[in-house]
Design a protein around this ligand. Structure first.
Ligand code: ATP
Length: 570
């Protein structure tokens, strides 16, 4: 064994013993040692792959710079190219607001949900899970207020028949700076400030030209959404579809999807696909408390599909018509001075969870709802926001909902949904803190967070820096050559062992450098290379880290504990 390898291996073992598995150290394979173990015929080919392994030199380019340039189209096309997310029913030209997760996307989604469940249910003693049906007794939605109140204001374009959410369409008068004359209105879809102003300027230019004021300066746009306009103003606001004032005044549109249950197709059989998972928790509150030995404060979590007939589904999976939610109802004692510390703790815990799955801290923010932004029964609501390429938007909400939900279901069902406190001998309806997070919205944020770019060996590298715990493929196993049976066999044995624990991939085609790049593109955090020395000399493999491109040499039987620490944290 050449001395460099002895040193590296000894270093690893010493550090491993002293520090545990968190270390990253670099031990680059030596081309000299590879040449030593090869026959003349194979030397050239293998030497070149070994060189690719060795010569990775990484120059960091700041992720922020890469991210600032990213457009939503880039993310959508990356998701399609790499088999993460496809438009639904694509062979039939798609279906607006619906998406399908591909081979990598389905793994990513499963990992995100597993992480949530482990973090908030399995690793806590005060939260239990349920999995309720999607279709509930329709009275549920009467009691919860969804039948009467779960609506968005919409406007219709009378000419194109297109429908828009009134609170997502923004208009502004175009007023000439010099004389203060208003020459008309612009109307643009909600987007980030820059894009909205850009679209508005284009329309304003046309209006100025039409009124013989081409090139004249205008006042800054004072945008307001279409829920705030008068009938007179609406008569001047151009529809984004027709370009003419053909929009109706806003009307409420219920977002619940209706279906019929049973053979009859009349009013008596109408039911609804749930628009949120939370109500399934409230209607099971009594069952859970009677069977789980939980005492206040405690929570019930649920992950599952939700359906909303969104008027304008857009921004990819940010707002779709079928999506998944991860929700918790955390029941607490009543009292004006009780809920606040719980609410604050849940905001902090939620943010901590988002960071553990790799969401970039610098892209997160808070939006504290106040006044009109707060539901009438809610004590408080704070959204954790994320800076998506189309602007900063809600990622998850953490609401202090008082006892509105359990009280409504008590009234609607006639069943008492109260809690008996053994210590104080008091009966009351618990209050609740509700952290609510969309799986798909989080996935979009995670893909945006992982979008990275740097230079390796002087070449630009685009890769996805997924946190190992959510990466769809955890490890790529690379036999250095594909035509040396003992080497391939050793690699295959390792591959099958890793398959027992994680989703791993086998890649034996092409130069090592190219295989690394393929793995980087789909965000595989670790590549394990089995080479000649593995079988002829040290019984060790090289593990290469995607983000740093550094390599460590590790004995074969240490690979699982090493990766376990890196991927699962233990
Ligand atoms: P928005 O204001 O964006 O419509 P919301 O306030 O109606 O969202 P909630 O009812 O509080 O959302 O739902 C909780 C979470 O579910 C949201 O924070 C979001 O992550 C997710 N979510 C809601 N609607 C959708 C949707 N149409 N598509 C994808 N995720 C959604």
């Amino acid at each position: 064994m050449p001395s460099y390898r002895n040193v590296a291996l000894a270093m690893f073992l010493t550090l491993h013993g002293a520090l545990g598995f968190g270390l990253r150290t670099s031990s680059l394979a030596s081309s000299a040692s590879l040449r030593r173990t090869m026959s003349k015929a194979t030397t050239t080919a293998i030497y070149s792959t070994a060189e690719a392994t060795e010569s990775e030199k990484k120059t960091p380019i700041k992720n922020e710079e890469a991210y600032n340039k990213v457009k939503m189209e880039d993310i959508v096309s990356l998701c399609k190219r790499r088999g993460i997310i496809f438009p639904s029913s694509e062979i039939y030209n798609g279906f607006a607001g619906f998406f399908d997760y591909g081979p990598l996307g389905s793994e990513l989604k499963k990992n995100v949900k597993d992480n949530f469940w482990r973090h908030f249910v399995q690793r806590r003693e005060d939260v239990v899970g349920i999995d309720s049906s999607i279709i509930h007794n329709p009275t549920t939605w009467q009691s919860s207020g969804h039948l009467d109140g779960f609506s968005d204001p919409m406007v219709d374009c009378k000419e194109t028949k297109l429908r828009y959410r009134a609170d997502q369409l923004f208009c502004a008068p175009v007023t000439v700076e010099e004389c203060g004359t208003t020459v008309g209105f612009v109307c643009v879809l909600e987007a980030n400030d820059e894009d909205m102003v850009k679209a508005a300027k284009k329309q304003a230019k046309k209006l100025l030209k039409e009124s013989d004021r081409k090139g004249q300066a205008i006042q800054p746009f004072a945008f307001k959404d279409l829920t705030q306009v008068s009938e007179e103003e609406m008569g001047q606001i151009p529809s984004p579809g027709s370009g003419k004032p053909t929009l109706t005044m806003p009307r409420d549109f219920n977002l619940m999807f209706q279906t019929n249950v049973g053979a009859m197709q009349d009013g008596s059989s109408v039911a609804y696909l749930r628009p949120e998972t939370a109500q399934g928790i409230f209607i099971n509150y009594k069952n859970v408390i009677g069977t789980s030995r939980q005492k206040l404060p405690f929570g019930i979590a649920q992950i599952g599909k939700a359906f909303r007939n969104e008027i304008t589904p857009r921004n990819f999976i940010f707002r779709s018509r079928e999506f998944e939610q991860m929700e918790i109802e955390y029941f607490i004692p009543p009292g004006d001075d009780v809920w606040q510390p719980f609410h604050e703790k849940w905001i902090a815990d939620s943010k901590a969870f988002l960071e553990t799955v790799g969401l970039r801290e610098d892209l997160m923010g808070y939006d504290v709802h106040e006044g009109d932004g707060l539901a009438h029964y809610a004590r408080a609501c704070t959204d954790i926001t994320f800076k998506f390429p189309f602007g900063e938007q809600e990622l998850m909400g953490i609401a202090a909902r008082g006892n509105f939900d359990l009280t409504s279901h008590t009234e609607g069902s006639g069943k008492t949904l109260d809690y008996f406190d053994e210590e104080t001998k008091e009966k009351f309806i618990p209050h609740v803190i509700e952290p609510s997070l969309g799986v798909d919205r989080l996935i979009l944020a995670l893909i945006c967070s992982a979008y990275a770019e740097d230079e390796v060996n002087g070449e630009k590298r685009n890769y996805l820096s997924f946190h190992p715990s959510i990466a769809p493929v955890k490890v790529s196993v690379l036999p250095l050559v594909k035509n040396k049976e003992p080497l391939v066999k050793a690699a295959r044995e390792l591959f099958e062992k890793l398959q027992m624990r994680w989703n791993v991939q086998w890649d034996q085609t092409g130069a090592i450098g190219r295989r690394y790049r393929r793995a980087d593109e789909i965000g595989v955090p670790f590549c394990v290379t089995v080479d000649f020395e593995t079988i002829e000399d040290d019984g060790a493999v090289t593990i290469r880290d995607r983000d740093t491109t550094e390599q460590v040499r590790i004995p074969m039987d240490e690979v699982v504990p090493y990766l376990s620490k890196m991927i699962d944290g233990y």
